[in-house]
Design a protein around this ligand. Structure first.
Ligand code: SAM
Length: 239
């Protein structure tokens, strides 16, 4: 008879385990404790995703239906690669017909059907290389980019918001009509000018906080749905 799995944990590892290593810094111990007891980490391992972040995208998709019908996807800040795994699957991307381009300045292990650019997205040639890699206008631009933490909260916040803004302008330059843009942002962090720009270019703009995004984190996602296209008249903006 097979051993029954522990309730609430299909990996067989008990939730609520303690980390006892006394040589470790308290903050590292806390992080490790939270990590090994995180049901999304365990689910990611079980379902073969490279990161728990997979469930953020899947939850957002469940509610907002952004993946269905996507033919080409660009994934910004992609390492270790769980969003790219999902993107390759939904687009049916293969080595012979690549439909997904991913970029990160960190190393990322090969994924079948994904062209990985080992590059900073802020480099001037990154946008063009991404579009070339995916072979045409994408239907979906994803950005989970977060600036590496410096320990100075305000600096980290501003840098990540800058990445969100650059990603949004990129999306408006490259998306196919009807396409969507999803990007990491922070609670209360999205600048009014950026929101206005997105509202002019997309049919719907919302902030979302998926369950897989830790409640104590100020992380949010900005979702802009239904790109109106580059040739539409957005009307006159009064000064
Ligand atoms: C939260 S992780 C992404 C996780 C990913 N969505 C997944 O599912 O595996 C954020 C990533 O953004 C990357 N990143 C941050 N700034 C970047 C930049 N300027 N250019 C490229 N990648 C960047 C980081 O290196 C990091 O790997």
């Amino acid at each position: 008879m097979t051993k029954p799995t522990i309730a609430g944990n299909r990996t067989g590892r008990k939730l609520g385990q303690r980390v006892k290593n006394k040589k470790m810094k308290a903050s590292s111990r806390q992080w490790l404790h939270r990590h090994i007891n995180d049901p999304y980490v365990q689910r990611a391992q079980l379902e073969g995703y490279r990161a728990r972040a997979a469930f953020k995208l899947l939850e957002i998709d469940e509610k907002h239906g952004i993946l269905k019908g996507a033919r080409r996807i660009i994934d910004l800040g992609a390492a270790p690669g769980s969003w790219s795994q999902i993107a390759a699957k939904v687009t049916g991307s293969t080595e012979d017909d690549i439909r997904v381009a991913a970029i990160d300045f960190l190393e990322m292990a090969h994924l079948p059907g994904v062209t990985i650019l080992h590059l900073d997205f802020l480099e001037p040639d990154a946008p063009q290389r991404l579009v070339e890699a995916v072979g045409g206008e994408p239907d979906l631009v994803l950005s989970d980019m977060a600036s590496p933490t410096t320990g100075h909260h305000r600096t980290d916040h501003l840098r990540t918001m800058h990445l969100c803004e650059v990603a949004a302008h990129f999306a408006v330059e490259v998306l196919a009509e009807g396409g969507h843009f999803l990007a990491k942002t922070f609670q209360g962090g999205t600048e009014r000018d950026l929101l206005n720009m997105l509202k002019q270019n997309f049919r719907q703009v919302v902030h979302v906080k998926p369950g897989a995004s830790r409640a104590e984190s100020v992380e949010m996602f900005l979702l802009a749905k239904g790109f109106k296209g580059r040739n539409v008249d957005h009307g006159t903006i009064s000064a």
